[in-house]
Design a protein around this ligand. Structure first.
Ligand code: AMP
Length: 117
């Protein structure tokens, strides 16, 4: 499904209807800073097309799924998270997914505990 779903916040960001602090763009992805950062580096990488979750994206379009991961690593490098970073795909309400449009959280710039909460 292409972006343009007016009910989907991240589709609206992709379409430029909602402002975002964009840090990186690729043909199939957009990366922008999380509005409520949980670490010094906290960037979201989304597919331009609407897919509800990482698993659904990978099943429907593995090429774009790989691009999301590649862009997430590029963001971490560009943001200077050289000491280590985490890529998180919350999936489903119990895991804390609040926006049903696939997004990789790229977190870094501080020590990250394990296991996550
Ligand atoms: P999740 O809870 O895993 O679905 O992640 C959604 C993320 O989107 C949260 O970390 C929010 O802080 C972030 N978020 C919500 N609205 C915006 C926005 N307008 N711009 C940037 N990030 C946002």
């Amino acid at each position: 499904m292409p972006a343009g779903d007016t009910d989907c916040l991240f589709c609206r960001i992709v379409d430029g209807d909602v402002p975002a602090d964009v840090v990186r763009e690729s043909e199939r992805t957009l990366a922008f800073r999380d509005i409520n950062p949980q670490a010094p580096v906290h960037v979201l990488v989304v597919s331009r097309e609407h897919h509800a979750s990482a698993g659904e994206l990978a099943a429907a379009d593995p090429h774009t799924a790989a691009e999301v991961l590649r862009e997430a690593a590029a963001v971490a490098g560009a943001e200077g998270a050289d000491a280590g970073y985490r890529i998180v795909f919350n999936t489903g309400a119990a895991a804390g997914q609040s926006v049903p449009h696939v997004h990789a959280h790229v977190l870094g710039g501080r020590s990250l505990g394990w296991p996550p909460g």
